[in-house]
Ligand binder design. Structure first.
Ligand SMILES: Nc1ncnc2c1ncn2[C@@H]1O[C@H](COP(=O)(O)OP(=O)(O)OP(=O)(O)O)[C@@H](O)[C@H]1O
Length: 389
């Protein structure tokens, strides 16, 4: 097994009648199991590059090596079964049900009905959609976000080792988009496929990419590096301009909730417990409110001592527990959530929604201070290196 899953070697596409190639000698190594993001302005050749990788269009010159095998002149249909493709408009067939849409490639591969049915249900579950509810619906009966989830499920149907995702969340409202990004990152942790992800949004690139290729015109690579290195040491003015102002704020997109060294732990109780016991527990803490959890340990409500003294069912007093973030969420997401939350903090939950801890403003400030110190240390080291040279 090679560590490089996709190797593009001097890949070039010259469309007939065009003066310059749309993609000019693009060379890129995509490590196995990682997400590489291509980011660049409109028209720089991102989509053309992706379509070259799965041979929807044929390269004028250059090579595509997949898992050590030169596939530049392999049968394109066979190749595409090894590469899942997700695009912005999802490309779902309108007159086919969700199950039929997802089953497209397994059917081409000759799987039997039982196996296809099981796989469809498994995939719907993986992308967070209830199979019983959605299997028989048609694409127009879904929201945009749900259609994108189905697009991802369909691309994964035959379990291809590689996924190409071309602005998959581009046409989605910002809140759903953030959710889909987080869901995909969680899914990626489980499935560890090799992904090339296209976006023109640097924030999305920073969030999604293990590595980012910042592209200029004709898919010329301006910088290919980790999000950290691109933010802290852009290769040139082009990359610096592309990152734009607010690089330090963007760094909040680099750290994830799970990376926090310190998180808080709110006092918790169950809605079924005796309010007097809960009051004592809250009184023993230095918090002004406690978090009530349901039978599955999912956050339900924030309640104060006053709420607990009221003679009312516990699932009706206090304020609903909002601002839930998963460990994959970035600090930018967590900050966003906590600003609009009831309790001034975001609640960390695991994939099943069970309570894990709390992120508050102090936690985020502490993380920002650490980043700032690291940033300063990085520049000092660079400066002394330059002075010594
Ligand atoms: N079939 C085609 N024939 C001729 N020129 C094309 C064709 N497809 C794309 N181009 C040109 O190639 C260049 C790159 O286009 P491409 O769609 O790859 O860019 P992009 O970076 O994906 O842009 P966007 O972010 O706007 O989708 C553009 O100048 C475009 O006009």
């Amino acid at each position: 097994m090679t560590e490089t899953m996709i190797e593009l070697v001097e890949l070039t596409k010259q469309f007939p009648g065009q003066k310059q190639p749309a993609v000019d000698r693009l060379s890129l190594s995509v490590p196995r199991g990682e997400i590489v993001v291509l980011v660049g302005p409109s028209g720089c050749g991102k989509t053309t590059s992706m379509e070259l990788v799965n041979r929807l269009i044929e390269p004028t010159s250059g090579h595509i090596v997949l898992d050590g095998e030169d596939v530049t002149s392999a049968d394109p249909d066979q190749l595409r079964r090894r590469i899942g493709y997700v695009i912005q408009e999802t490309g779902l067939l309108p007159h086919r049900t969700i199950a039929q849409n997802i089953a497209t490639v397994p059917k081409l591969n000759g799987w039997d009905k039982g196996r296809i049915g099981e796989r469809v249900d498994e995939l719907l579950g993986l992308v967070g959609m209830d199979p019983g509810t959605y299997r028989s619906r048609y694409p127009k009966e879904l929201s945009g976000g749900q259609r994108q989830r189905v697009g991802v499920a369909r691309a994964m149907a035959a379990d291809p080792p590689v996924m190409l995702m071309d602005e998959p969340f581009g046409a989605i409202d910002p809140i759903t988009r953030e959710r889909l990004q987080n869901e995909f990152l969680r899914l990626h942790q489980q499935i560890r496929k090799t992904v090339i992800f296209v976006t023109h949004d640097i924030d999305e690139a920073i969030k999604m990419g293990d590595k980012i290729a910042v592209l200029r015109d004709q898919s010329h690579v301006a910088q290919f590096d980790t999000p950290e290195n691109i933010l802290t040491s852009p290769a040139d003015d082009y990359v610096a301009d592309f990152i734009g102002a607010g690089a330090s704020l963007k760094r909040l997109n680099l750290s994830r909730v799970r990376d926090l060294e310190v998180t808080s732990d709110a006092p918790t109780g169950a809605t079924t417990e005796d309010p007097a016991v809960l009051q004592r527990r809250l009184g023993d803490s230095d918090w002004s409110a406690m978090l009530l959890l349901d039978g599955e340990r999912r956050p339900s409500r924030w309640v104060t001592a006053g709420d607990l003294r009221r003679d009312e069912p516990l699932d009706r007093v206090g304020l609903p527990a909002r601002a839930l973030v998963e460990p994959h969420a970035t600090l930018a997401d967590a900050l966003n959530e906590l600003i609009t939350s009831n309790g001034g903090c975001a609640i960390i939950v695991d994939g099943r929604g069970a309570y894990q801890g709390i992120v508050d403003l102090e936690t985020i400030m502490a993380a920002v201070r650490t980043m700032r110190d690291q940033h300063a240390a990085f520049y000092l080291a660079q400066k002394s290196h330059a002075e010594g040279a």
